[in-house]
Design a protein around this ligand. Sequence first.
Ligand code: IPD
Ligand code: CA
Ligand code: CA
Length: 260
Amino acid sequence: MKSTNHILDIALEISDQAAELVRLSSQKIKSFKSKGEVSNLVTQTDIEVDKLIAGKIKESFPEHNVVSEELGSKNLSSEYTWYIDPIDGTNNFVHNYPSFAVSIGVYLRSKPIVGVVYDIPNNEKFFALKDGGSFSNDSKISVSNKDRFSEGLFVTGFIPYDENYIDKNLQVIKNINLNSHGVRRLGAASLDMCHVAKGIVEGFWEYNLQPWDTAAGNIIVTEAGGTVSNENGNQYNFDKCIVVSNNKVHKDFLKIINES
Ligand code: IPD
Ligand code: CA
Ligand code: CA
């Protein structure tokens, strides 16, 4: 059995290569296709980066399962599963809005053990290892100490075409705006989670994310001392709603979401 440290080393190496490919492609004209809805985009770069990452995982861990956004699932009945978002924030990437990342999370059975989120425009690499802490480049990071919800800054995301959740989320946004320092929306869920881990926002929530959006961020937040739950406060297990915080404001955060 490969050690978790070795898995992290390989994940970091792969994220460097993936980030380099995204960077090179950033300088070219980005043609995109819609995956059905007008704002659900995919570029050739998403697919190329996904293939690069899947190929590299296969070289090092041919027996591991891989679940990726653009290539689907390869289930080899391994205890290890890699969740890949080749570009989290594709819409931002297309518009040159500086908030997009490569996100790689590894689970052993149903628990995250390694996470890497590479913020490409800002050249900031977040990573975490089970029981090993969370880092941004070479510095250890931790969630903020703020315990007053009213003094917190929050971030969310939403799928503009998802009618099941849009109204509910607008109501939550309104109530959080009225009861805190405010709400931001940057458009890359993996980075939103890393910003909680780094202590620059107190919380993040979103409806209807996919495993590749959250797998890496999950361990980066928990290793930084934060909490990742569903809307009932139970441990997050790829549920419909994710609620992430510095832990101190979590109770108030859940209350406001559930009462909205
Ligand atoms: C999206 C981003 C966005 C979130 C969406 C995701 P993509 O991922 O993480 O912040 O609001 O729900 O789908 O499509 O750019 O990989
Ligand atoms: Ca994503
Ligand atoms: Ca993506």
